[in-house]
Write a protein that binds this ligand. Structure first.
Ligand code: AMP
Length: 403
């Protein structure tokens, strides 16, 4: 485990905090403050303990300094979220940055301009990282969502000054650890979404770790096709049939049971309220496409979940954006939420459209943990090491007081 805020004596220290405040905005105004609100706990805690909190964050993919990517618009919403004034620095290095930091008192919070205005950030440049590190005496990373990238403010800096996980990072790492590294068994993974090709590494990693792998969405069609099922006009990566068969073999060898739909909802076109019907998987009409798992499949997934203690979920079971092809996703999501409420199941979900699908099912708040980290969550599901996590200071080394 890594050092957390519990190991950091923040009082009087200049603390460089890497947060992910990458929020949507329109006409210079923030339209959704979720990420700001989620980051508030760490900022508030450090400031309340008397730390001088220097916040680094990124937005977009600017080519040098581009005003449309300025982070200044975050100052007011951030101040509101943490209930304290927030000062502003026009750059992360140089005279402006140093002057702003020197003007800070204990408990002050300073937001700095977009760290990606410097191309050295994404190059993980050691000289730039040294300049960022020199701003503070300790470093806190609360941006799990950028931890899959080795950038100066997420990786190199953590090797230069004592590095701690912020509360958000800590919560994410704890939830992910409980779900796959040391889970209560049996463990089920539900993987849906459009294509097998984007999830090969993920499937390969999961079959070695879970007891049940439930496959849904468009990618289930490829697995069905690989087993000789005619899938009509369905989305299907026929060229990946061998790969699908290899994954099935790997699962068998690892004692992981693959669960595929036994009935499906088919329609003539991919459109809202397109006329549809439920058919067994071996009776998909040639001129129709599979757009959802059928009710019997959804019920059998739910029955299996009632025997499980842990569920990891990535990707919808059908074309959830268009009704009625959200039915299986909704039914399984609601059942998983109910098991979570009853304390029988730990539910961890995230990546891509999953957050939207669970929100549409109305259960986002009822899962044990829903990660909004996107790419970082997926890389973790693939079993990859995340550079921003690996670079954090392990708990056992050092005196733990930030020196
Ligand atoms: P992903 O980003 O890989 O999780 O894929 C999510 C997308 O998969 C959503 O836009 C769904 O509409 C789509 N999807 C799920 N099931 C199907 C299906 N049977 N046919 C076509 N698209 C699907």
């Amino acid at each position: 485990m890594f050092r957390t805020l519990d190991d950091l004596d923040a009082k009087g220290k200049r603390i460089v905090l890497r947060a992910d405040l990458n929020v949507p905005a329109k006409d210079g105004k923030v339209t959704d403050t979720t990420r700001i609100d989620r980051s508030a706990a760490t900022i508030r805690e450090l400031a309340e303990k008397g730390g001088r909190v220097i916040i680094l964050t990124h937005f977009g993919r600017p080519k040098g300094r581009e005003e449309k990517y300025s982070q200044r618009l975050l100052v007011d919403p951030l101040a509101k979220a943490i209930g304290r004034p927030v000062a502003w620095a026009d750059d992360v290095i140089g005279v402006d940055a140093v002057e702003a930091v020197n003007a800070m008192k204990d408990g002050d919070v300073l937001l700095m301009e977009n760290v990606r205005f410097h191309p050295e950030e994404e190059k993980n440049d050691p000289v730039f990282a040294r300049a960022l590190a020199d701003l503070g005496q300790a470093y806190v990373n609360d941006a799990f969502s950028t931890a899959h990238r080795a950038h100066a403010s997420t990786e190199a800096i953590a090797r230069l000054i004592p590095a701690y996980a912020g509360r958000l990072m800590q919560a994410e790492l704890e939830a992910l650890g409980k779900a796959l590294e040391h889970p209560e068994k049996p463990v089920a993974a539900l993987v849906g979404g459009a294509k097998v090709s984007t999830k090969l590494d993920l499937l390969g990693n999961l079959v070695a770790k879970v007891d049940y792998l439930v496959i849904g969405g468009g990618m289930a069609n490829t697995f069905l096709f690989a087993q000789g099922v005619a899938v009509g006009k369905s989305l299907c990566e026929k060229e990946l049939a061998d790969t699908a068969r290899e994954i099935i073999e790997k699962a068998k060898a690892a004692n992981c049971q693959i669960v595929l739909p036994t009935d499906v909802v088919v329609a003539g076109q991919f459109a809202e309220n397109a006329p549809s019907k439920v058919v067994p998987v071996d009776a998909v009409p040639e001129d129709m496409m599979i757009l959802d798992a059928g009710p019997a499949s959804a019920k059998s997934i739910v029955d299996r979940l009632s025997d499980c203690r842990t569920l990891v979920w990535n990707g919808p079971l059908g074309a959830f954006e268009i009704s009625p092809f959200d039915a299986a996703t909704n039914a399984v999501a609601k059942a998983a939420a109910q098991c979570t409420k009853e304390g029988k199941l730990l539910t961890v979900a995230g990546g891509g459209d999953t957050v939207a699908a669970l929100a549409k099912a109305g259960v986002e708040e009822q899962f044990s943990y829903v990660s909004t980290a996107g790419g970082a969550f997926l890389e973790w599901l693939e079993g990859k090491e995340l550079p921003g996590v690996v670079a954090l200071t392990p708990k056992k080394s050092g005196c733990g007081c930030g020196h």
